[in-house]
Design a protein around this ligand. Structure first.
Ligand code: NAI
Ligand code: MG
Length: 364
């Protein structure tokens, strides 16, 4: 069996604790014979600042570039709040995303039956929920130029951010969404605001064209982004794959996240373009941060990190069977009552980080 090269970047705070559980799970997966990895570990974020003075070294970036996939824990923490803006811990993660061209951010929002009561919504609205939000990550208003604050002749100020999208940027994210839909329920909703934004007009036009030319077997619906926010809360199960730009995706993915319960449950993937050999750069990480308030106390929920490994199996290595097995182990561990403190509810005796890792391995 091919041994894929995985670079582990645990980072800071609970990133290190949840990554330790992934290492255990990787060992257990190897025993099933379904997936085997060569792992390397390096530093990112504050831990890299402490060792090297920068949040990501050129050597670590080169290792990331050479790996088949990267798993990242989390970066940051109060210890580094005083460092210069350009070398703050988050800059290490931003450099990875930018230099590896990771333009497609996949954020699943899955509501496990065992946790449906932890959702912000009623059980019947979210039970069985399984949405995949595909957010464009390297373009749009967060990066467009000009981006500035200027002083006007009367002494007041004027701030400008610029939303820019090109045909190529919209095409490639549309392909990611339609390809995913083919492996899921075959439905895509595309969210923009063509009624008030030129970039929305182009977004809708390009998504429509990509659909007509390549994906007539997939069902496409256009939805205005503000209405989409309403629908996510009113009737979330109507969505399967939801594709949108960087800004709307930031907001809509956070709304969807809260339908599922805890931040400790949410994995993500960031994918680059497919190269001539048919492979693509990819970084997998939990949505949560380094959680300094609970770091070092064996309290962190490792399921977002373990779920990120399952996404790597599925989206980088085409190991659907191993991914299903691991996702199934998470579902089974939860169904058997395994809970960390963040999802335990009143009165229950929760497991620690390592205990939850063991529960997943046992279910596996
Ligand atoms: P956070 O996600 O670290 O924590 C928010 C809250 O959720 C905290 O109360 C925390 O205890 C809880 N939480 C988070 N993950 C959890 C888990 N796996 N299990 C149980 N509870 C969990 O966000 P916060 O507090 O805003 O940021 C803390 C640090 O992390 C900052 O330095 C921030 O810049 C950084 N950060 C890094 C990210 C990354 O590496 N991708 C993303 C978000 C924040
Ligand atoms: Mg956000």
């Amino acid at each position: 069996m091919t041994a894929y090269k995985l670079l582990l970047l645990p980072g800071d705070g609970i990133g290190r604790e949840v990554m330790a559980q992934v290492t255990t799970v990787i060992g257990a997966l190897a025993e099933t014979g379904l997936a085997s990895f060569e792992t390397e570990t390096d530093l990112v974020g504050g831990s890299s600042i402490d060792a090297h003075g920068v949040p990501l070294t050129d050597a670590a970036l080169a290792r990331a570039d050479a790996a088949d996939a990267i798993l990242l824990g989390a970066v940051g923490g109060p210890k580094w709040s005083g460092v210069a803006y350009d070398i703050r811990p988050e800059a290490g993660l931003l450099r990875l995303r930018k230099d590896l061209g990771l333009f497609a951010n996949l954020r699943p929002a899955i509501c496990y039956p065992a946790l449906a009561d932890a959702s912000a919504l009623k059980r019947e609205l979210v039970e069985g929920l399984d949405i995949m939000i595909v957010r464009e990550l390297t373009g749009g208003v967060y990066f467009g130029e000009p981006k500035e604050i200027t002083t006007l002749p009367d002494g007041t100020k004027r701030a400008v951010d610029t939303q820019v999208y090109t045909t190529g940027e919209i095409e490639r994210i549309a392909h990611v969404a339609f390809d995913l839909a083919r492996k899921r329920s075959g439905r895509v909703a595309s969210a923009e605001k063509h009624n008030v934004m030129k970039s929305g007009v182009l977004w809708k036009e390009v998504v429509t064209k990509v659909h007509a030319e390549h994906y007539s077997d997939v069902e496409l619906e256009h939805v205005l982004a503000d209405n989409c926010a309403m629908q996510l809360v009113r009737r979330p199960k109507q969505f399967d794959v939801l594709v949108t730009d960087n800004l709307f995706g930031d907001v809509l993915s956070d709304v969807a996240a809260m339908l599922t319960g805890s931040l400790g449950m949410l994995p993500s993937a960031s994918l680059g373009a497919v190269d001539s050999k048919g492979s693509r750069k990819a970084l997998y990480e939990p949505v949560h941060g380094s959680a300094p308030d609970i770091a070092g106390q064996d309290l962190a929920n490792p399921l977002a990190m373990i779920g990120s490994l399952a996404m790597a199996l599925r989206y980088s290595f085409g190991l659907g069977e191993a991914a299903d097995l691991l996702d199934g182990a998470i579902t089974d561990a939860l169904a058997a009552g395994a809970r960390t403190k963040d999802i335990a509810g009143e009165g229950a005796t929760p497991l620690g980080t390592a205990g939850m890792g063991e529960a997943v391995v046992a279910a596996l």
